[in-house]
Design a protein around this ligand. Structure first.
Ligand SMILES: NC(=O)c1ccc[n+]([C@@H]2O[C@H](COP(=O)([O-])OP(=O)(O)OC[C@H]3O[C@@H](n4cnc5c(N)ncnc54)[C@H](O)[C@@H]3O)[C@@H](O)[C@H]2O)c1
Length: 262
């Protein structure tokens, strides 16, 4: 019988692991026995979580290749790198054109590039480097060397008004799933993507106004009529990392929501 991929004693890297879905995923992977490297910009939260789960924090901006390499070096000190979760991401909302017919009020091109730089290029940089490190692992029982999970968004499919940059970036993450999984199949590395719906994390800000906003958002979910919680996403991350037969797939975890235009 072929067992699920065992990550006990292995290392893992979670980008964006200091908050939200990434933090919940880091806890799940640590619970399965992995030494987790939290690769994030937020040192205080990242250090605290690393201490809680017996992992390590490395200050990483995913747009910086050297910092990604430093996170991999840290992971390799802790054990063979077998699991990677790309949860670092940012949102941005602006319409493609302004209301006054002026070129100057069209979508800020630098912001478009910034979102693509973090969400798409940053994700791919982490994938290509971590997969290279994983390719040196000794193969496991089913010839497996590791698994990667990327976080896209339902906005890759149902992008709303103002989401051109965000949806483009997440559409790119969805688009890389099959070709990258094909590339990595030669060395026994699986790659899957999760497209979350509306999940209750600090991405929506904090305080009274954002609580009211989130309650309103929850009404648009098919069932259950609420936002998802980070651990419901982390549960899927854990499954995609450990289930040896999950590969090259994009999974929506969204309570059945289909986003309207706005
Ligand atoms: N929360 C949702 O409703 C939702 C929905 C769809 C997709 N997602 C995606 O899931 C992922 C996690 O989102 P979340 O809700 O947990 O967000 P979050 O804001 O709680 O956490 C994101 C983390 O990424 C880090 N980060 C941002 N830019 C970074 C960079 N350049 N380098 C390294 N780290 C960086 C932040 O510091 C933060 O800790 C993101 O990719 C997001 O786009 C979230």
């Amino acid at each position: 019988m072929l067992a699920n991929m065992d990550i006990t004693g292995a290392s893992a890297i979670v980008t964006g692991g200091a908050s939200g879905i990434g933090a919940a995923a880091a806890r799940r992977l640590a619970n399965r026995g992995a030494k987790v490297v939290i690769a994030d910009l937020k040192a205080e939260d990242g250090e605290a979580l690393a201490a809680e789960i017996g992992g390590a924090f490395v200050n990483v901006d995913v747009t910086n290749t050297e910092q990604i390499e430093a996170a991999i070096a840290k992971a390799l000190e802790l054990g063979p790198l077998k699991a990677v979760v790309n949860s670092a991401g940012v949102g941005w909302a602006q319409r493609t054109i302004g209301k006054d017919g002026e070129y100057s009020s069209a979508h800020d091109l630098e912001l478009y590039k910034k979102v693509i730089g973090i969400n798409l290029i940053g994700t791919f940089d982490v994938v290509r480097l971590t997969a290279t490190a994983m390719s040196r692992n000794e193969a496991g029982p089913s010839n497996e060397r590791g698994a990667i999970v990327n976080l896209a968004s339902v906005a890759a499919f149902d992008g709303q008004i103002g989401q051109a940059a965000y949806s483009s970036s997440k559409g790119g993450v969805v688009g890389m799933t099959l070709p990258v999984a094909r590339d990595l199949s030669a060395v026994g590395i699986r790659l899957n993507t999760i497209a979350p719906g509306l999940i209750d994390t600090p991405i929506y800000g904090t305080g009274e106004a954002s609580e009211a906003f989130k309650a309103k958002l929850g009404e648009s979910v098919l069932f259950p009529k609420r936002l998802g919680v980070p651990d419901e996403l982390a549960s899927m991350v854990e499954e995609l990392i450990t289930n040896s037969y999950m590969n090259a797939e994009v999974v929506r975890v969204d309570g059945g929501i289909r986003m309207p235009p706005k």
